[in-house]
Design a protein around this ligand. Structure first.
Ligand code: SF4
Length: 286
């Protein structure tokens, strides 16, 4: 009698494919698919996010503590906290933050593109877009008031209407969308070629984007942009947004009929502003 050798049958019920959407991860996908096909397995894909740097956690926790202290001392004061929003991707953090927070706090969170690649490139941080988007949704779950901030520069203008559409479709709950003229400070002057764009050049995109948001009932404003550079149809969205201590008007402005209505310029824009700034002396001069 011949002895039968029992062969071990290999089976994989589930195959886990981890990816960070890099080229290396993408190269592994066909192998994962072919193994899954061969063994009739279920293919699970997982995308793991890198936690934000520890110093961001510290900064926002310090701000949260300050907000809590203010909640006790001045519960009726309106507060605005600027944050990249990435930390709110963590459910437990958002839950605790909102529970302990000031009742009149609005979180200002920047979003620079509807494309994760473009947003991550602008903020120079991998996975920033994914984390910010997740954070926005976590905050919505807790009814936390959020403002989305978009800085208008050469890298954000090309897809501004697409970003407006994306904001409307994905974050209709935000209390405000601020489209903000570029402040020529910090890294901006050193990266002028890459970032600076004359507002006179992007009025079509700006008008279209504001229209996309405003006609759908979203609260949208234009910050830091001089009235003589804006289309008349956009004037009603323009706000005097520059803090007093860094707000200036040019010599040209002194004779302008709309100086009282206009928010003027940043002090840092004295040497870096549009050549199209021109006083309204009468309505026929423009
Ligand atoms: S000239 Fe000056 S005050 Fe007048 S609209 Fe332009 S920036 Fe504003």
């Amino acid at each position: 009698m011949r002895t039968q050798v029992a062969h071990k049958v290999i089976a994989f019920d589930n195959i886990l494919y981890a990816t960070d959407f890099s080229r290396q991860s993408n190269a592994a996908l066909p192998f994962a698919m072919s193994i899954a096909h061969k063994y009739g397995s279920r293919l699970l894909a997982v995308h793991v996010l890198t936690p934000p740097p520890l110093e961001n956690i510290k900064t926002i926790e310090v701000q949260a503590l300050e907000a809590q202290a203010l909640r006790e001392a001045q519960p009726n004061t309106d507060l605005h906290m600027l944050t990249n929003g990435r930390l709110f991707a963590w459910k437990a953090f958002t839950r605790d933050f909102v529970a302990a927070n000031h009742p009149r706090l609005v979180l200002g969170i920047p979003l620079y593109s509807d494309s994760s690649t473009a947003h991550d490139h602008i903020v120079q941080a991998k996975h920033a877009f994914d984390q910010t988007v997740m954070g926005l949704h976590q905050l919505a779950r807790h009814n936390a008031p959020v403002e989305i901030r978009v800085v208008l520069h050469r890298l954000t203008i090309p897809r501004l209407p697409q970003l407006a559409e994306y904001i409307y479709r994905n974050f209709p709950f935000v209390v405000h969308v601020a489209l903000m003229g570029l402040e020529p400070t910090g890294y901006t002057p050193r990266n002028k070629e890459m970032l600076w764009i004359d507002p006179a050049e992007y009025q079509d995109k700006l008008e279209e984007s504001v229209g996309i948001l405003a006609t759908r009932g979203m609260n949208v404003s234009i910050y830091n942009t001089q009235l003589c550079l804006l289309r008349p149809s956009l004037w009603k969205f323009a706000r005097k947004s520059i803090s007093d201590w860094k707000n200036i008007y040019l010599q040209e402005c002194q004779e302008c009929e709309v100086l009282e209505q206009c928010g003027g310029l940043f002090q840092s824009a004295e040497k870096m502003h549009s050549p199209h700034i021109r006083a309204f002396r009468d309505h026929n001069s423009h």
